[in-house]
Design a protein around this ligand. Structure first.
Ligand code: SF4
Length: 238
């Protein structure tokens, strides 16, 4: 781990109220009968009694990674905080950065249509406002590039706290970046979509990011994404 990342992670721990971070020092072997109690508890990653308000307060005017440099707004997340379903995307685009709300540009409008049209066809009274939507990184990457590994690691701590507070019945991972952040895999979305995985104990359905569906000439991807949402909605709401 490089010095800058270590510094940022320690700053994050301080922000969530962890005063001391311990490092396990290799110990010389000792006879079992004489073995002293050397176990030092590791600091908790998640604060007790966490809440979305607390997480947003901890983010503050965040400068923990380089993505703060070009942002207009931190895009925290939006939706029903009692939801059973959370959608996780990659990061804010231009419209999201300007409005401070995730998935409001063209890709966001497609996501809204996908959620509401699929639900309607399946006879489910589900609207976009009934789910919660957020991203792996809360600030817009320059020129809409993908977030880098260290940015995802730093900001991903806030995503982990959001998901731990929301405790949805399922998570929908939109695209490769979210899937990499949630599941730690380099496998492509094409191979993973439509299948169930787990983030901690919460089932995760992987599907395409709506911005990919806007670009794709291949109509198969759209049809597959609709199939993925059908499977997801019936699992969550039946
Ligand atoms: S992307 Fe996340 S960690 Fe980086 S500056 Fe924005 S809020 Fe902070």
């Amino acid at each position: 781990m490089n010095q800058e990342l270590l510094r940022q992670m320690l700053a994050y721990y301080r922000d969530i109220g962890v005063e001391d971070v311990y490092r396990r020092v290799p110990q010389a072997p000792v006879a079992a009968a004489q073995k002293p109690d050397l176990e030092v508890p590791l600091p908790p990653l998640l604060p007790a009694d966490d809440s979305l308000e607390q997480i947003r307060a901890d983010i503050g005017d965040c400068k923990r990674c380089r993505l703060h440099e070009g942002r207009h707004n931190i895009v925290f997340g939006v939706g029903n905080e009692q939801t059973k379903l959370v959608f996780v995307g990659e990061g804010p685009g231009e419209d999201e950065d300007l409005q401070g709300i995730p998935f409001v540009g063209r890709a966001g409008q497609l996501l809204t249509a996908m959620i509401e049209n699929t639900a309607q066809k399946e006879g489910l009274p589900l609207k976009r406002a009934d789910v919660y939507i957020c991203n792996v990184v809360k600030c817009r990457p320059p020129k809409n590039r993908a977030p880098e590994a260290d940015e995802m690691e730093i900001c991903g701590q806030f995503l982990a706290r959001q998901l731990s507070v929301l405790k949805p019945k399922a998570i929908c991972s939109l695209g490769g970046t979210a899937t990499k952040a949630l599941l730690g895999t380099k496998e492509g979305v094409t191979k993973m979509r439509g299948k169930w995985f787990k983030w901690r104990d919460i089932p995760v359905m992987v599907t395409y990011h709506p911005s990919y569906l806007l670009r794709a000439y291949n109509q198969d991807a759209k049809r597959e994404a609709w199939e993925d949402l059908k499977t997801l909605f019936h699992f969550v709401y039946d």
